[in-house]
Design a binder for this molecule. Structure first.
Ligand code: 5HY
Length: 242
């Protein structure tokens, strides 16, 4: 089985880190490839950057279709372009926020999301509502760590994130932590040991969900809203093939 992970930002070191963790959790016989567009923002921390990353993301999905991938993961906590990607892909497309919130609701009565910057917390709440997860989500907190600081060990991001997780457990009285950025994927094991509660990394969970659904032969329904885009001349993104 072939799974394509798309990191919608253009930071190759983060893509490599995401690919390494995903390969570690994938079952024998599953090959995982992690890619990123080269024409998207270096990190995604606002609505504009989220909008700007989508064309590159969709081209990665389109390339994956041409190379016969069985399933896809969108490795950005905003789940950008998720529905458009489901229109283009035959196999399942899993967003890490949707996967992480659902997994958290299966292992704890409630969870808190710990994300990067305060300005992205509203986007995470919006997703919790869209996915019907707001009754499990006690709070969305920011560690005030820019996404790219996760790539720079000198910025000590892991301590800031650990401390925000501790505050979440003490103040929100939640029983699990959802990591609010794909760039935190390599911190999951360390944080789990530090906090001694379930810490959910959306990248790992999304890979296992994609794998499980593909193993069951489940693909994206092409009936109704996730059917392929209608045929028409497309300016700009003309390369979107069917
Ligand atoms: C992410 N941004 O997972 C989101 C996290 C965030 O570049 N990868 C990014 O802050 O919304």
């Amino acid at each position: 089985m072939k799974i394509l992970i798309v990191n919608p930002n253009s930071t190759a070191s983060m893509t490599a880190k995401i690919g390494a963790v995903a390969t570690e959790v994938a079952a024998p016989g599953t090959t995982v490839t992690a890619v990123n567009p080269t024409d998207s923002p270096a990190s995604i921390e606002c609505h504009t950057e989220e909008a700007l990353c989508v064309p590159g993301l969709l081209r990665c999905i389109q390339d994956g279709e041409a190379q016969g991938y069985d399933a896809y993961v969108i490795a950005c906590f905003g789940d950008p372009g998720l529905e458009a990607a489901r229109e283009l892909a035959k196999g399942t497309v899993i967003g890490i926020a949707e996967a992480a919130m659902h997994a958290a609701s299966l292992v704890a009565p409630s969870f808190s999301v710990v994300t990067t910057l305060a300005r992205t917390t509203g986007m995470a709440w919006h997703l919790a509502e869209r996915y019907g997860m707001q009754r499990f989500c006690k709070n969305v907190r920011a560690a005030d760590v820019p996404v790219l600081d996760l790539e720079d060990p000198s910025k000590n991001a892991r301590t800031l994130i650990r401390d925000e997780c501790l505050r979440a457990l003490q103040e929100d009285r939640s029983e699990a932590i959802v990591l609010g950025c794909a760039g935190m994927t390599d911190l999951c094991r360390w944080l789990s040991a530090e906090l001694d509660v379930p810490v959910i990394d959306g990248v790992s969970v999304a890979v296992k969900f994609a794998e499980s659904l593909a193993t069951l032969g489940l693909k994206t329904s092409k009936l109704g809203p996730w059917a392929p885009p209608p045929v028409k001349p497309l300016c700009g993104l003309a390369r979107i093939a069917r």
